[in-house]
Write a protein that binds this ligand. Structure first.
Ligand code: HSE
Length: 312
C-alpha cells in the first residue's frame, strides 16, 4: 500500500566550490528544506503552507520551485490524483546555499515516494531542474548534490552527466551569510561573456588541482585550489561586501580557503576540524558586525546519501 503523507528533506549545497563555476557542487549536512506531500483526490499540485520564508515565496504552485517540480513528477508518472504540499524552509532565500534547488529536490522526492517510487533517483533530476530553472536558471550544480548527496561534477543536465567525487576526511565548513540578498539572476548578469586564454588556463588548472586535492584528502591544497577562481569571483566581488576582509579574518583563525558559496552572499571557509570551523565562524560574524552587517553563521560538514524521505 502506498502512503498518504510523506516528508522529504533536501540539503543546502555549495555550488561552484569556488573555482568550478556551474560544474561543481557539494551537499552540506545543514541547513535543509522539508517538504510534506499529501495525496489528494483533485489532480495537480496545491500549496497548503510555506513556513520560514517570511512570506516571500509564491504560493502559486506554477510559480514555486517545489510546486513546479512536484507537477513535473505527477506528469511523468501519469498520476490521476494530486498532491498538497507544505514547505518548511530551513534555507535562507537568495543566500547562495541552493534554496530553490533544495525545495525542488525535496518536492520531487516526496511526490515520487508518495506514489510508491515509480521513478528512480536519477529520473528525478529532470523534475528538480525544472523547478530550479524557474528561479535561478537551468544549471545542476545545486540540484545534483542536493538530490544525490556528496560532491558532484556536473558535465551536463542529464543524470549520466553527473559524476561523484570523493569527500576528503575531516572536511569542515564555516558558513557566514550576511543580511544582504543577492538574487542569482543578478549575480549571473554581471558575469563576463568571454574569458582570456590566460584566465582559461589558470581556471582549468585550479579545477584539476581541486580534483587532485579531493582524491588525496589534502585540505590545504583543496582550500588553495578553491580560491583560485580568477573569472567569476572578480566579476561578483562588488556584490559581496567585505569579501577580502572576511577571507583574511577566516585565514587568521585557521581557514584553509574562503570562497563565495554559489552566487553569494554566503561565504564558505574550508577548515580541518570542527573546532577551527567554530573559531572561523565567530571571527566572520565579528568582522561583519564591525562593518555594520548582521550575519548568521553555521558550521557544517559534507552530506552523503542525498535527499531523504519518510512516511509520516
Ligand atoms: N553556479 C551558479 C552560479 C550557482 O554561481 O550562478 C547559483 O545558483
Amino acid at each position: 500500500m502506498t502512503p498518504r503523507v510523506v516528508e522529504a528533506t533536501a540539503n543546502a549545497t555549495l555550488a561552484n566550490m569556488g573555482v568550478g563555476f556551474d560544474i561543481l557542487g557539494m551537499a552540506l549536512a545543514e541547513p535543509f528544506d522539508t517538504v510534506r506531500a499529501e495525496r489528494i483526490p483533485e489532480p495537480g499540485v496545491q500549496i497548503a503552507a510555506i513556513k520560514g520564508d517570511e512570506g516571500k515565496l509564491s504560493r502559486d504552485p506554477t510559480r514555486n520551485t517545489a510546486g513546479i517540480a512536484a507537477a513535473y513528477v505527477l506528469r511523468q508518472i501519469g498520476a490521476a490524483e494530486g498532491v498538497s504540499l507544505s514547505l518548511q524552509k530551513g534555507l535562507p532565500l537568495a543566500s547562495g546555499l541552493g534554496s530553490s534547488a533544495a525545495s525542488a529536490v525535496a518536492a520531487a522526492v516526496a511526490v515520487n515516494a508518495l506514489f510508491g517510487e515509480p521513478l528512480s533517483r536519477p529520473d528525478l533530476l529532470a523534475a528538480s531542474l525544472e523547478g530550479e530553472a524557474a528561479v535561478s536558471g537551468r544549471h545542476a550544480d545545486n540540484v545534483a548534490p542536493a538530490l544525490f548527496g556528496g560532491i558532484t561534477l556536473v558535465m551536463g543536465l542529464t543524470a549520466d552527466a553527473i559524476h561523484a567525487l570523493p569527500i576528503p576526511p575531516n572536511l569542515h565548513l564555516a558558513l557566514a551569510t550576511p543580511a544582504i540578498a543577492v538574487p542569482t539572476a543578478e549575480a549571473r548578469a554581471v558575469l563576463p561573456a568571454n574569458v582570456s586564454l590566460k584566465a582559461m588556463i589558470s581556471q582549468t588548472a585550479h579545477v584539476a588541482l581541486l580534483v587532485r586535492a579531493l582524491h588525496s584528502g589534502d585540505l590545504a591544497l583543496l582550500g588553495a585550489a578553491m580560491e583560485g577562481d580568477g573569472v567569476i569571483e572578480p566579476a561578483r566581488a562588488h556584490l559581496m561586501r567585505g569579501l577580502p576582509e572576511v577571507r583574511a579574518a577566516a585565514r587568521a583563525c585557521g581557514a584553509l580557503g574562503t570562497v563565495i558559496s554559489g552566487a553569494g552572499p554566503t561565504l564558505c571557509s574550508v577548515c580541518e576540524s570542527a573546532a577551527v570551523a567554530e573559531r572561523v565562524a565567530v571571527a566572520m560574524r565579528a568582522l561583519y558586525a564591525e562593518m555594520g552587517l548582521a550575519a548568521s553563521v553555521r558550521v557544517t560538514v559534507p552530506s552523503v546519501g542525498g535527499a531523504a524521505w519518510r512516511v509520516v
